[in-house]
Design a protein around this ligand. Sequence first.
Ligand code: BGC
Length: 812
Amino acid sequence: MKFGHFDDVSKEYVITAPDTPLPWINYLGNEDFFTILSNTCGGYSFYRDARLRRLTRYRYNNCPLDSEGFHIYIKDGNIIWNPGWQPVKTPLDSYCCRHGLGYSVISGEKNGLSAKQEFLVPMGSNCLLMRVTCENKSGASKRFSLFPYLEFCLWDALDDSSNFQRNYSTGEVEVSGNAIYHKTEYRERRNHYAVFWANRDPAGFDTSRDSFIGTYGSPAVPDAVISGCCKNSVAHGWQPIAAQQFDITLGPGEAYSLIFGLGYIENSDDDKWEEPGIINKAQARRMISEYDSDEAFSRAFNDLRDYWERLLSNYRISSSVEKLDRMVNIWNQYQCMVTFNMSRSASYFESGMGRGMGFRDSCQDLFGFVHMIPERARERILDIASTQLPDGSAYHQYQPLTKKGNLAVGSGFNDDPLWLIAGTDAYLRETGDWSILNESVDFDNDASLAQPLIEHLRRSFSFTASHLGPHGLPLIGRADWNDCLNLNCFSEHPGESFQITGANEGPVAESVFIAGMFVKYGKAWVDILRHMKLDSEAAEAEAAVLSMEKTVLEHGWDGEWFRRAYDAFGHVVGGRECDEGQIFLEPQGMCVMAGIGKDSGEAEKALKSVQKYLDTEYGVVLLTPAYTRYHLELGEISSYPPGYKENAGIFCHNNPWITCAETVLGHGNRAFETYSRICPSYTEDISDIHRTEPYVYSQMIAGKDAAGFGEAKNSWLTGTAAWTFLSISQAILGIKPTLDGLLIDPCIPADCKEYNVSRRYRGAVYNITVKNPASVEHGIKEIRLNGDICHNNLLPLLPSGETADVQVIMGT
Ligand code: BGC
């Protein structure tokens, strides 16, 4: 069952019923100011950091009630309604939500009156704009009132939702003209405030929630709207809000529009006040006047569209498969931008208060983003690297506002360091910008420890190479990619964090997965060293990689698949002798991607086992059989009920590892099967089962052991976005950036006859047409560049600004 449809021409998903199975959200903002907006106008805004600079309030445990956000109320006679249906939930005569790239348009109609809310965050501005357009479609004149309403957050979202004994006394606002200023704590150490404004004069306002909503009211029955009149309240403490009242009369066929804004302003410390106690509003006034007309709003809209048009033009496919094209050209890339911006910090499932930017997560997010804005990828790599610890290990996360490692979330996840090599390698392959390796970068944000970036990569590699366990496999530390495989934790007390309990230095648990990573990204490191002409170091690194490959085949191979790990007692995890958790997905994907056992047959067997034991109709589960009881020696993984999350859920993030691994072996049919099974546009028809947004990936789909098999959770912020983009754009469609240029190496379903990819790469545009007359899955017969035969499948680098025609014929 569907609740809307794709509109590929407008690059929108059109939701036609407001009561979607869960709130279906969109992200507005591409740079510093962000808003999360649901299809019924719920959501919140923040500046850079969803925890430390939250502008508006959202109550998470209400989800999916979703009643805080950017609602407008319309009181038309005795009927009160919202164009987005929530929070009053008056049945509408029509409803539509169009989520587009960086904007959303939500409209409703009731009793001959239509109202449309258009939301966007303009490029280069720290504000959210909302244009409201009402039209009288009835045959008679209409007089009605319109009330916008939002609730301010007192900046630190965590403190805001817990420290009431202080917060209920600190709230402060100023009202001036058409604007309401939220200035809590500005009198002391803050130099920033928020402003909500309208481009017309309101008939009234409220800034106290008690006045507008009522102490025992709710957003569904706000006192002021029911009485038809705001009370001009000025908040002192309690809960500051911004609400206004507009009384509007429209003749038949007449329309009326209003522009609202929510802005974030910072003043310098010596320029905070206009007069004692009155905040300096000069910047806010400039912002307000910049967007005071329909023309200004439309200009901001067009700028945003142009921005996305440009970004998406770096990789564009045209095939005869609509579902594929819309994901590759629009939604997958869009989600990559959002995950790049947010990492795992702020969504409807990530509260923005617990997690910041993940070290490994942000490194992987680069895979799907680096081709869009390489300059921002560069900056991100340097930010991540500057949180790295001097021995090469890493804090697991850092806060986006401070860019400092966050010890509360721990360190000692021993896969983290290698992801820095992976992310930097992706950047080098995309850009050829070797200068990044010479950039001086702090260790642990301490300038006195700064070293060139290449030294950071060196320490990443040698951290793994020098932390090996009894079998010669890498020590796992607190966990590897699978945060929940906590082999050194032994937590017995409820509430203890699995991620920071127990020792991480000392215990001997080992990871076959990190071994696979060491081989895959170790090879990338060797290539980088060779490019830098550091030949003897490259030879040494290569020897360590080859030796690890042998160790994996000796101690990591179980007969039919790769083992997962050895626990702290040296027992196998993910092997035949285990009663639960016999086979895991991760080492099969990573080891085969690394090429381990490719020539000796283990790789082929491992992927067959994935298909035989881990495949389901909704995707590949993470392990089987699921853990049915808590295993002290395994940690959080066994704390989840069977089929959920890391305990045998369909963890979408590593499904594309299998897709990529299949292409290493030339299996195009199977690669595309694993790609399409979890692909949102392919699962749109089961939105009622899936429940999350059909235009983006979710982190997890409940596995076959779960009561809710097929139900997805944690949409939007997941490494799935970057990995699936990599799997489809590079592994399947075969347009692969390398250190030396673009390599053409498709691995596609045999029945795919032809497609075209336009790829902007290092400033040149390659128009690549792939034809498959012999219905093969892999292999190239001929490549021509501008009509000339190429002698291998590495395209020559072209001067920036040039366009080339590339004709590829697959075959044997
Ligand atoms: C985390 C990832 C981790 C994955 C598997 C996600 O929630 O953000 O860093 O690799 O879970 O545990």
